[in-house]
Design a protein. Structure first.
Length: 207
């Protein structure tokens, strides 16, 4: 019997699933003299093939993995954040952009209510750690229009979903240089490689 086909791994922009991640990274400074959480992404998920029509098959996410080198985090949690038009509409007093993607925030989902988090900047939304089985059914152009609607003073037309990594950093530096999103299209497995380094400075650097 043949085993499962090895997944074809592709970089951002080279396959069906996109996380709009770019290349580079974001590392936060330790805000306190003890272990702390910071959250990163924020990677709005979309299907590049739907920008030009409706492909016959749907992307289903099967899991998220990350590559860790010598700077190991104390803990990593993976979340999906979903923002709905109703949420944006019912919170007109939020700072504009609260419901848009973020690059890095202190604290972690769902409430970013850790004492050291900046309570002026949070990222409200529906958060879940149940990721496997999530389908990605919208094109990238419309997803990004919806994701940045709040920042532009608008209400998104549809809900959008993004991937957020929460990283717990201790005494020593923590880095995740790559995040891998496994998905299937029909029966074919693929993996999106997000080449965006995230992490925190160890709190021994905190002045």
């Amino acid at each position: 019997m043949a085993g499962p086909a090895a997944a074809e791994t592709h970089d951002e922009g080279d396959g069906r699933l996109s996380a709009n991640s770019g290349f580079g990274g974001f590392v936060v400074d330790a805000p306190v003299h003890h272990a702390y959480w910071a959250s990163f992404g924020e990677w709005a998920l979309c299907d590049t093939a739907r920008d030009d029509g409706t492909p016959p098959d749907t992307i289903t996410i099967t899991g998220v993995r990350y590559v860790i080198g010598k700077h190991k985090p104390l803990e990593v949690r993976t979340y999906l954040r979903r923002v709905t038009p109703h949420q944006v509409k019912s919170h007109p007093k939020k700072p504009e952009g609260a419901y848009s993607p973020f690059i890095g925030l202190l604290g972690r989902p769902p409430h970013f209510d850790q004492r050291y988090a900046n309570h002026k900047w949070t990222a409200p939304g529906h958060y879940t750690q149940e990721i496997a089985g999530t389908t990605v059914t919208r094109g990238c152009d419309e997803t990004l229009t919806d994701a940045y609607a709040d920042e532009n003073g608008d209400i998104p037309k549809h809900a959008w979903t993004s991937l957020v990594l929460a990283v717990k950093t201790g005494r020593n530096d923590a880095r995740i240089p790559r995040t891998l999103v496994d998905y299937t299209v029909g029966d074919t497995p693929h993996t999106l490689r997000i080449a965006w380094t995230v992490g925190g400075q160890g709190h021994r650097h905190h002045h």
